[in-house]
Design a protein around this ligand. Sequence first.
Ligand code: ZN
Length: 247
Amino acid sequence: MRITLYRRHTKTCSHQADKAYQRCDCPVWFEANVIGRRWNTDTETWVQTANESMQSRWSSKEKNWRSAEHKARQLEQQLDDILTGKSRPDVKTVQQAVELFLTSKRNENLAADTLYRHEQIMRALAEFCDRQGILLIKDVTLAHLTMWQSQWTLKAPQARRSRQEKVRNFFKYCLANGMIATNPAIPDHWKSVKIKFSDQNIRALESQEYEKILSSIEKTKMTASRIGRRRECSSTTLFRLGWAKNF
Ligand SMILES: [Zn+2]
């Protein structure tokens, strides 16, 4: 199998007549006739297709002709290794799986801090796997996840649950993309962090916080002139809000 390169010129390019023109900056595309495989540009793998010769075209994601040519030779080699049984196409290292997942998350237009949290958690998972000597994503088991979870320094159950959800999200992605055959992170196996009512975000106010709230209430709501009266009103308000319990 050989991948041919061609240039998809932009409207403004003056070399439109020559598809093999090497020196402009327009995107370089690939074209190939492959039997039984297709290059998936999202997961960057040769995925299986019907066993017939199919002409396919895809972007090399390069503008430089030589870089694209180099990439084409690599892909040809990869496919050759798959077809001769030298390598398994869907086998990904933990690092590769994490990178692919994060790229897909970046394409989701998430809020910056959500994306940051995904990156943080994925980095922690990759580091854990590294320490355990786990190279391939398919080798991560439920026992690993449980062990990793026991090392989390996060205390708040909500934060632990949220982290767990992100990890589940990742393994779901790996499963959907053929990188793992079974998902070790589904709730049936990896039990969800329980959140008790008493764990919820209720805490006594620090005295400074209390003073701040009190003074803002006094400023906006209280008109009574006697301090004692104001305190009483403010405390009642806080009581209603459930904040004054420990005061
Ligand atoms: Zn051009």
